[in-house]
Design a protein around this ligand. Structure first.
Ligand code: SME
Length: 163
């Protein structure tokens, strides 16, 4: 496909996600390189929503290591169980944080980040291969719509991972 996103002119996030998802599918279809796909997915989410930071932390041996992202430079390594990302990894579940200052152990890569959502991405064996972290510079910027739709993005990524 042409490498241009076509996005609806609306502030309704659900509509934007619903437009974006098939475009992410098309953008990654047939491309076996995981890094390339994660890079384009993080860029597309950033472009579509203008989030402060969007990116991936990949499970590598016994840590999460920074992967493709869009936004300011970020912490490189996160231990399992630490921060929102490490907690999402350990619990194998999505975590929505309306106010990062209220999340015990939140890792502040940037003091500008105010709320975030972290979604685990499973491999084909049901193990967490990485987490998708989306940060906002606004308090309480995420809802169940983001959770549901970002989990769809995570499911798409699972389908792109090698067997
Ligand atoms: N806030 C995350 C760390 C990653 S950065 O925000 C990009 C956390 O607590 O895990």
């Amino acid at each position: 496909m042409a490498e241009t996103l076509i996005l609806p002119e609306t502030a309704n996030r659900r509509e934007i996600y619903e437009s974006l998802l098939p475009q992410l599918q098309a953008l990654t279809d047939g491309e076996p390189d995981v890094t390339a796909n994660l890079a384009n997915i993080s860029a597309a989410l950033k472009e579509a929503f203008g989030f402060f930071w969007v990116g991936f932390y990949l499970k590598k041996e016994e840590q999460l290591v920074l992967g493709p992202f869009q936004g300011p430079i970020a912490c490189t390594r996160i231990h399992f169980g630490k921060g929102v990302c490490g907690t999402s990894y350990a619990r194998k579940e999505t975590i929505l944080v309306p106010d990062v200052e209220q999340f015990p152990g939140h890792i502040a890569c940037s003091s500008l980040s105010k709320s975030e959502v972290v979604v685990p991405v499973f491999d084909r064996n049901g193990e967490v291969a990485m987490v998708l972290d989306v940060d906002s510079d606004q308090l309480n910027d995420f809802s169940e719509v983001d959770v549901q739709q970002l989990e769809k993005v995570a499911a798409l990524i699972t389908s792109l991972l090698p067997h």
